[in-house]
Design a binder for this molecule. Structure first.
Ligand SMILES: *[C@@H]1O[C@H](CO)[C@@H](O)[C@H](O)[C@H]1NC(C)=O
Ligand SMILES: *[C@@H]1O[C@H](CO)[C@@H](O)[C@H](O)[C@H]1NC(C)=O
Ligand SMILES: *[C@@H]1O[C@H](CO)[C@@H](O)[C@H](O)[C@H]1NC(C)=O
Ligand SMILES: *[C@@H]1O[C@H](CO)[C@@H](O)[C@H](O)[C@H]1NC(C)=O
Ligand SMILES: *[C@@H]1O[C@H](CO)[C@@H](O)[C@H](O)[C@H]1NC(C)=O
Ligand SMILES: *[C@@H]1O[C@H](CO)[C@@H](O)[C@H](O)[C@H]1NC(C)=O
Ligand SMILES: *[C@@H]1O[C@H](CO)[C@@H](O)[C@H](O)[C@H]1NC(C)=O
Ligand SMILES: *[C@@H]1O[C@H](CO)[C@@H](O)[C@H](O)[C@H]1NC(C)=O
Ligand SMILES: *[C@@H]1O[C@H](CO)[C@@H](O)[C@H](O)[C@H]1NC(C)=O
Ligand SMILES: [Cu+2]
Length: 576
């Protein structure tokens, strides 16, 4: 039996809160520049009864929370003391003209090698809410991640009642193994990588797992107060449902864009997505489970079916150490395959007011997203062909399985005119039209490999239909675009039909996000204006899928003059 009632314990197991309060007291008047040092290093971390030498930032897991105001500048000096190449991505930050600081390895920079360092500099312009940062190199983001909180501009306020407390809730995924070994094994065998052993809330699995209960995260509340939970899905490979037992969640923002408030008992987040929810402590004083578990949309595929928990603890709740211990109130979570609930949530999101949705589209793209299987040549070793029926897994967009370069980053090659690194012939439509969500013929299952980009003129108005396929299996794909926020103007099931589905477009108040959940056996339509020059990766945020090639990149050309052009590369930019 554990005693959670001491305030000291609550705060030490939730150090981020103290930091938040401290920073709030420090608000100055003008835009600020925040300097941070991130030392990437191996650190012993004990979870599920076993200690692993996890790669962390500054020895913290999860890593440090960054707190800024809209308009501020971040300068983060990353020093790599680990034995792996690393880069850091500032997920959802627009990086206007500062693509060199975006982070995906071999896209906007070469990796920071062991012993090396790189300083990321960028300004947050016009974004408010919750974002996060994570490694963008191999599977290091399993343990290299943290919250990036953007408060309103100095002197501005939230478009909702100011919450009493704010708590970042980072949902993570833990392997009882070295995650880099897990992905390397999958690359070698061609099979799907091992599923994780636990999900975590702020780094802790919670009391439904072995050897975890005494470290379960406690979120303290006072009766009657309204608090903000900043929920982030930092898991590698799993969409998650999230709920708090007996409490309503009022959604006010997602992916650092405000939303028209609505109330729900459960939210769904794909990896990469964030959702800010207000929660009022209006239940009887007690302890309530905060919980997350899989939304597993692929039929028959193995997934981690465990449940991570934290505890919402009313400070006036009877203390379990002093009286008979009542277990926390049980949450109710949707079934793992409850696509109806997932889709009810994503389609409830709306911009708070009339949105400036691009019309008069210049570039109309149709991009299929999904898996594939590569057959193995007859003489190849069977240990390298452990995918379904002796194949190897792959994935693609418009039948191109994306291959990263290894001698120059795409951005450097573009900016310095180095030939032979990429081509700009990514197809604007699938090379073959087929029943994308039906029973797809075997002859279509094998994509081609390539480093193909799609060129966009500065300022062009872009629409993309993202169409899921049911090649091998259909599933929900969280598609993330770097360097941009986009409007999600519609989503649906089956094959996108321009004749009838354009009537479903919401050009009034669609949600703006940086990661779209493309429904299983379905589609989503996004729009944005290409006003940020550079090379921007668009990929599935399930790391297992990006590993297999579910990605492409846009090359957005410079416009006129300095303000429409990418800045010069920083002097310390890592090269290959
Ligand atoms: C993956 O799982 C298999 C079966 O449990 C195990 O033998 C193997 O060691 C695991 N691989 C890694 C890298 O942990
Ligand atoms: C937890 O520990 C028990 C007892 O040692 C063991 O039987 C069980 O398999 C463990 N569960 C997990 C999920 O590891
Ligand atoms: C989770 O999966 C395991 C292995 O497939 C299975 O034995 C177990 O019953 C499942 N648990 C739940 C809660 O679905
Ligand atoms: C969800 O899974 C249950 C059993 O686990 C099954 O009976 C049901 O048909 C599935 N629903 C869908 C929509 O796949
Ligand atoms: C694998 O082979 C079996 C038996 O031939 C077949 O029934 C099944 O559909 C195949 N699966 C895949 C994914 O190729
Ligand atoms: C970079 O690597 C690619 C692929 O290996 C190769 O074709 C190209 O020639 C290389 N470019 C330069 C400039 O070395
Ligand atoms: C899919 O098509 C293949 C080949 O045309 C056929 O053998 C198979 O039975 C079909 N599967 C389903 C579920 O319709
Ligand atoms: C992808 O390209 C390969 C090679 O040209 C072809 O065999 C396959 O049918 C294509 N698949 C699709 C879905 O276009
Ligand atoms: C680390 O990065 C360098 C390029 O900077 C690359 O040549 C090397 O292959 C990378 N190592 C691994 C293990 O990916
Ligand atoms: Cu995916």
């Amino acid at each position: 039996m554990e005693a959670y009632c001491s305030i000291a314990k609550s705060f030490s197991s939730f150090h981020v809160l103290g930091l938040l309060l401290l920073l709030f007291a420090n608000a100055a008047a003008a835009a600020k520049t925040h300097y941070h040092d991130f030392v990437v290093q191996a650190t012993p971390v004990k979870r599920l009864c076993k200690t692993h030498n996890a790669i962390t930032v500054n020895g913290q897991f999860p890593g440090p929370t960054l707190e800024v105001n809209n308009g501020d500048t971040l300068v983060v000096n990353v020093v790599n003391r680990a034995r792996y190449n690393v880069t850091i991505h500032w997920h959802g930050i627009r990086q206007m003209r500062t693509g060199w600081a975006d982070g995906p390895e071999f896209v906007t920079q070469c990796p920071i090698r062991p012993g090396g360092s790189y300083t990321y500099r960028f300004t947050i312009e016009g974004q408010e809410g919750t974002l996060w940062w994570h490694a963008h190199s191999s599977w290091l983001r399993a343990t290299v991640y943290g919250a990036l909180i953007i408060r309103p501009r100095e002197g501005s306020s939230y478009p909702f009642t100011k919450p009493k407390r704010q708590t970042p809730i980072l949902l993570g995924e833990w392997w009882d193994a070295n995650p880099v070994d897990v992905v390397r094994e999958a690359m070698r065998t061609g099979a799907a990588p091992n599923i994780s052993d636990a999900y975590t809330i702020n780094g802790q699995p919670g009391d439904l797992y072995n050897c975890s209960s005494k470290d379960t995260v406690i979120v303290p509340v006072d009766s009657g107060e309204t608090n903000l939970l900043r929920v982030i899905n930092s898991a590698l490979n799993q969409e998650l449902f999230f709920t708090v037992a007996k409490h309503k969640l009022t959604v006010v923002a997602a992916d650092a864009s405000y939303m028209k408030p609505f109330t729900t008992s459960v939210i769904m987040l794909g990896p990469g997505q964030t959702t800010d929810v207000l929660i009022t402590a209006d239940q009887s004083p007690a302890r309530y489970y905060i919980a997350a578990r899989a939304y597993a949309s692929a039929q028959g595929a193995p997934f981690d079916n465990t449940t991570t928990t934290a505890i919402l603890e009313y400070k006036s709740a009877p203390c379990p150490a002093k009286g008979p211990s009542l277990p926390p109130v049980q949450p109710s979570l949707p079934a793992y395959n409850d696509t109806a609930t997932a889709s009810a949530f994503t389609t409830s999101l709306r911009s708070p007011s009339k949105a400036e949705v691009p019309i008069d589209i210049d570039e109309n793209l149709f991009i299929t997203v999904g898996l594939g299987l590569n057959p193995c040549p007859p003489k190849s070793r069977s240990r390298n062909c452990q995918g379904p029926n002796g194949t190897r897994f792959t994935a693609s967009m418009n039948n191109v399985s994306f291959v990263l370069p290894s001698n120059y980053s795409l951005l450097q090659s573009h900016q310095q005119g180095i030939p032979g690194v990429f081509t700009t012939d990514f197809p604007a439509a699938p090379p073959v039209k087929f029943d994308y969500t039906g029973n797809v013929s075997r002859s279509l299952w094998t994509p081609v490999r390539g480093t193909r980009l799609y060129k966009l003129k500065y300022g062009s108005k872009v629409q993309i239909v993202l169409q899921g396929t049911s090649i091998f299996t259909a599933e929900n794909h969280p598609i993330h675009l770097h360097g941009y926020d986009f409007y999600i103007i519609a989503e649906g099931f089956g094959n996108f039909d321009p004749k009838k589905d354009t009537s479903k477009f919401n050009l009034i108040d669609p949600p703006m996000r940086n990661t779209a959940s493309v429904p299983v056996r379905g589609w989503a339509v996004i729009r944005f204006v290409a006003d940020n020059p550079g090379v921007w990766l668009m990929h599935c945020h399930l790391d297992v899928h990006i590993t297999w090639g579910l990605a492409m990149a846009f090359l957005v050309e410079n416009g006129f003059g300095e303000l429409q052009s990418i800045s010069p590369p920083p002097a310390d930019l890592p090269v290959c």
